[in-house]
Design a protein around this ligand. Structure first.
Ligand code: NAD
Length: 412
């Protein structure tokens, strides 16, 4: 770094000026200045110009905005299965924002990628697994939770394998491609005495939490209706969208992928369950795409509340929800983005935009599950929650196929 004065960099100059004692530092020989720096002291100037020695001192713990994270050896150890787009761009970086989680293992079909990721995140080479040798994870006491981030049709088998290896499971949404698969996952985890949670990050997102609180407090009166649009363009040149276009791997199209947010977030916000659905769907004229590309659907809730939704692979990134009540409206736009969600409360008196301090919803979700594992609690979004959404989506597909309203089956 370039020096402006003997023994002082420009940064030291600014600090020393601010602290006061520049004159003394400038007159000290470099060796004296270096000696006092190595003893942890510095030179300042008092207000009256007298040279004065200053030193670093210890102070009590400041008021913490967030509790300190747990020491690494006390955190819950996670294995991530599937090192794709979502795992690498969102989940692995978010583990650093958690208080209670540490990355203990990675599981991938690409050994080079797995090794590179493991090195970057400090995972031991012995905790890198292939899809073939995954089952030896049973003997790894550093792993308590397996997080399944694979294409939807693989969620069932990998949840069963993880539970069979004695691990708790966080599984990505949609939980599975059929209600039968969801039931098998719930049963396998129950039989193994392990917890199962579905990764509904939106239920840990502060804007959605505030909207739910406002609705519960009656800020918009009695809710009459909810509307939502979730859409994104399918990009077939990207590997992450190639399996999404195939029915056998995705289990469903835009509805399973993003339309699920309309359904799950509406159920979360209202605390009510839909009893009947109607729907129409669209397909693309493209042999590479064997799933539906767009669905318009409506749900009638148990108390008569109406809803109108659509999901689409035909329009650019939109993730919007609007809740209409007798006294006002809550708009979430975007509602379910990774970052930058917004909440607008509109009543006769005012239009208020709520600025909420951003928190990492992925980290909150993982910490919640870690807490459940540590203290033997039930997760907020268990397998039953995921199974209900799959049942609702199956009813939506049936309504589209038959052209008639379909009752949502009651779940035991
Ligand atoms: P991706 O294609 O980027 O990653 C999938 C990973 O699975 C890749 O590493 C791929 O190699 C691996 N894989 C193993 N077997 C495969 C097979 N037969 N075909 C294709 N890939 C295979 O996908 P993604 O976007 O990371 O999505 C993975 C899961 O995460 C999906 O269930 C998706 O719904 C979910 N997801 C959730 C969110 C969220 O916000 N909660 C966001 C994105 C994705």
């Amino acid at each position: 770094m370039a020096s402006n004065f003997d023994g002082l960099s420009r940064r030291d100059f600014v600090l020393a000026s601010a602290g006061g004692l520049l004159g003394a530092a400038m007159s000290a020989t470099p060796s004296v200045a270096q000696a006092s720096a190595s003893a942890g002291t510095g030179a300042g100037v008092a207000q009256n110009g007298t040279p004065q020695e200053v030193r670093a001192i210890g102070r009590p713990m400041p008021e913490l905005e967030n509790p300190l994270p747990l020491p690494p050896d006390q955190r819950v150890g996670w294995a991530i299965v599937g090192l794709g787009d979502f795992a690498l761009n969102q989940i692995l970086p978010a583990i650093g924002d958690t208080r209670m989680c540490r990355l203990s293992a990675v599981v991938s079909g690409n050994a080079d990628k797995a090794r590179e990721v493991a090195r970057a995140y400090g995972v031991a080479p012995s905790s890198v697994y292939s899809y073939e040798d995954f089952d030896r994870i049973r003997d790894n006491p550093d792993v308590q939770v397996v997080y399944v981030i694979l294409p939807n049709a693989l969620h069932r088998d990998w949840t069963l394998r993880a539970a069979g290896a004695g691990k708790h499971v966080l599984c990505e949404k949609p939980m599975a491609v059929s209600v039968e698969d969801c039931r098998a996952m719930i049963q396998a985890c129950r039989a193994a005495g392990r917890k199962l949670m579905i990764a509904y990050r939106a239920q840990f997102e502060p804007h959605a939490l505030l909207a739910r609180q406002m609705i519960t407090e009656g800020r918009i009166g009695d809710v009459q209706s909810i509307a939502g649009e979730h859409g994104r363009m399918l990009e077939l040149d990207k590997p992450r969208d190639q399996w999404r276009a195939r029915q056998e791997l995705a289990g469903g199209g835009s509805l399973y992928d993003i339309g699920i947010y309309n359904i799950n977030t509406a159920r979360f916000l209202l605390g009510r369950e839909p009893v009947e659905v109607t729907a129409t769907l669209r397909r693309a004229d493209d042999p590479r795409i064997t799933v539906e590309t767009g669905v318009d659907y409506a749900m009638r809730f148990e108390d008569g509340t109406r809803s109108s939704f659509n999901s689409s692979y035909e329009y650019k990134n939109t993730k919007r929800l609007q809740v209409m009540g007798t006294e006002g409206t809550i708009e979430l736009d975007p509602a379910t983005e990774y970052y930058g969600n917004r909440l607008l409360l509109k009543t006769e008196q005012a239009v208020e935009q709520r600025e909420i301090r951003p928190t990492n919803q992925f980290a909150s979700e993982m910490d919640h599950f870690a807490e459940c594992v540590m203290h033997d609690r039930d997760p907020r979004t268990p397998g039953e929650e995921g199974m209900r959404d799959v049942a609702i989506m199956q009813a939506i597909y049936e309504a589209a196929r038959t052209g008639r309203p379909v009752e949502v089956p009651r779940m035991a």
